[in-house]
Design a protein around this ligand. Structure first.
Ligand SMILES: C[S@@+](CC[C@H](N)C(=O)[O-])C[C@H]1O[C@@H](n2cnc3c(N)ncnc32)[C@H](O)[C@@H]1O
Length: 213
């Protein structure tokens, strides 16, 4: 971690940070206003998240990450851009979703380049599993969108098959396959590393079907 990132974690936490715990999150209190809520899980260095928040000021953006240098990097960007619609948690996404995120409250969930764990014996460590998708479905509003991108071909196919098999979700891509790169997704650091290695990127976009009352 650089000294600037370390300093940001201390000096800017009160402004942008949300301490993880067990109390339910109240997005209106966290942001001081009611607005559509976008959650990014595993934002890495946060460059893409800072760009999305700055170009979409009408929405509230919440980022979850466990890598502290990346969080420090994002806090510095958030300060430089004077963002008021961004909050950050240093916490495991599964724990936050299970313990603190109210049901039916997310307008968008974005997961860009989740750790690929390419070896077959490590596939069980992958974030996108049926149980995790069931949790996300619980937290998404009706019509809320789940957008995942990856450059790991077999992970992309696994994610597509898990999501296509989730009855509460509807594939937004033509032909129920992958989506052309949506304009609102800025390139990420991990993605640019993949470009240099010649990897193809897959975008996957689903929407939560209406809940039947
Ligand atoms: C391959 S990196 C991609 C980072 C960034 N999205 C990008 O594209 O540059 C995956 C990120 O997910 C984070 N991560 C993995 N599991 C997580 C979890 N359960 N909760 C929050 N973040 C997680 C890692 O710390 C890492 O920064």
């Amino acid at each position: 971690m650089t000294r600037a990132q370390q300093r940001a974690l201390t000096a800017l936490w009160q402004r942008f940070g949300v301490d993880a715990g067990v109390a339910p999150l109240d997005p209106t209190v966290l942001f001081g206003r009611h607005a559509p809520l976008v959650l990014e899980i595993g934002f890495g260095d946060g460059e893409a998240l800072a760009t999305m928040a700055s170009t979409d000021p009408m929405a509230n953006y919440l980022g979850l990450e466990v890598h502290r240098p990346g969080i420090g990097h994002l806090l510095l960007r958030a300060e430089a851009l004077a963002l008021t619609n961004l909050r950050v948690m240093c916490a495991d996404a599964v724990e936050v979703l299970e313990r603190q995120m109210p049901d039916d409250c997310l307008d968008q969930v974005r997961i860009f380049f989740p750790d690929p764990w390419p070896k077959a014996r490590h596939h069980k460590r992958r974030l996108i599993q049926p149980s995790f998708v069931a949790l996300l479905v619980q937290k998404l509003k009706s019509g809320g969108q789940l957008h995942i991108a990856t450059d790991c071909e077999d992970y992309a196919r696994s994610i597509l098959s898990i999501l296509n098999a989730t009855s509460e979700l509807n594939n937004r891509a033509p032909g129920h396959g992958f989506m052309p790169h949506p304009m609102h997704r800025p390139p990420t650091k991990f993605e640019q590393r993949g470009w240099r290695l010649g990897y193809a990127v897959r975008d996957i976009l689903f929407a939560r079907r209406d809940r039947i009352e």
